[in-house]
Design a protein around this ligand. Structure first.
Ligand code: NAP
Length: 339
């Protein structure tokens, strides 16, 4: 009787996973229950998100338990089907196939693929979840327009390369950020990016600025770390930052400072504005605030310092958070002195 070789998680990585965190093991061949499909895995698709599932806290998805087969996608051939949608010989993609040679999964968890349209690996890449992530992130959240500049980190990777190519199709200028000369060359020569800069270059900020002379309209963040920091000062007015992934933080979610991890997991939106953009709302504001104030529903706390000479210290104190309320400087002492 054949066995099912599996890779299971035996220890939760601290920082970067170590080989000892995994164990190769054997389990009995799975048997499909009613409604399930037995599939031979032909390809596994490894995704950075698996790292997040290795932490006890999990992330936007449930954590793996110790002893679990490592989470991952698989493409394979149906050996036996107890589901009406599949027949032996079909090829399918299983989101939760796992790092193992065989799986028995509900047919509803599988997507049939057409190997005549594209070879199986492509269904784990541009035609699979990498492509879907790229497409959704770019179109729904980046909303690029022809002529705009789109910057993409991990540009030569599974998601990043698709983002760049779609953006090119839409008529954007596309600038990649990738690790090393080879990847940068691939982004330009293979994926058609207009330019690509190396995030290992100590002069990354300057290189990216040269590659994006009109600023960045859409930043598609896959990595975090140096690329995130380099993109930030170049964002153009009305720009959109799409946080697809923060792989640089996956091994260190406890990174000092707020990080962007929560932005990702909680699907937060950051939106800039300047009051003068919305002076059309001024009449509404004046009406509502006058009423709330007169009804005693609005309070104010004042942090008053006295005399013009105190202004610098008050200002500096405010920048250090020492103020308790609205910082005000009374000029009464100055006026009294002058009188
Ligand atoms: N939001 C979603 O639904 C969703 C779906 C799929 C993927 N993702 C995210 O998309 C990102 C890319 O995933 P992918 O599958 O396409 O992987 P990938 O880009 O094919 O491979 C990962 C790449 O990330 C970069 N990288 C690795 N460690 C890094 C570090 N410490 N600092 C900076 N960069 C690092 C490397 O590229 P360089 O050498 O070029 O830096 C590496 O090749 C990941 O963050 C992933 O979690 C999100």
């Amino acid at each position: 009787m054949r066995a099912n070789r599996q890779v299971v998680l035996v220890a939760r990585p601290r920082g970067l996973p170590r080989p000892e965190d995994f164990r190769l093991t054997q389990a009995p061949m799975p048997h499909p229950a009613e409604g399930e499909v037995l599939m031979r895995h032909d390809w596994l698709g490894l995704a950075p998100a698996a790292r997040l599932r290795m932490d006890e806290a999990g992330s936007y998805s449930a954590p793996m338990a110790l002893g679990d087969v490592v989470y991952g996608q698989a493409i394979g051939t149906v050996l036996q089907s107890r589901h009406p949608g599949f027949a032996p010989g079909d090829m399918a993609m299983a989101m939760r196939g796992g790092w193992q040679c065989f799986s028995a999964l509900p047919g509803g968890d599988l997507n049939k693929i057409d190997p005549k349209l594209a070879p199986p690996p492509a269904w784990l890449g541009p035609l699979g979840t990498s492509g879907l992530a790229a497409y959704i992130g770019l179109l729904a959240h980046g909303r690029p327009r022809a002529g705009e500049t789109v910057a993409v980190s991990a540009a030569a990777g599974a998601v990043g390369s698709v983002v760049g190519q779609i953006a090119r199709i839409l008529g954007c200028r596309v600038v990649g950020i990738a690790g090393g000369e080879d990847k940068c060359r691939a982004a330009v020569d293979e994926f058609g990016f207009d330019a690509c800069v190396d995030h290992r270059d100590p002069a990354l900020a300057q290189a990216l600025a040269r590659a994006c002379p009109d600023g960045i309209d859409v930043a598609f963040e896959n990595a975090g770390g140096p690329s995130r920091d380099a993109v930030w000062p170049l964002m153009a007015r009305g720009g959109r930052i799409v946080v697809c992934g923060l792989i640089a933080e996956y091994n260190a979610p406890e990174t000092a400072g707020p990080g962007w991890y929560r932005l990702l997991t909680q699907r937060l939106t950051i939106r800039g504005y300047i009051t003068s953009d919305h002076l059309d709302l001024r009449p509404d504001f004046e009406r509502d605030m006058a009423r709330w104030w007169s009804e005693g529903r609005i309070r104010m706390r004042e942090d008053v310092s006295h005399g013009l000479a105190t202004a610098p210290a008050a200002f500096i104190g405010m920048l250090q958070g020492r103020n308790r309320g609205k910082v005000l400087v009374s000029l009464a002492p100055d006026h009294a002195q002058a009188a």
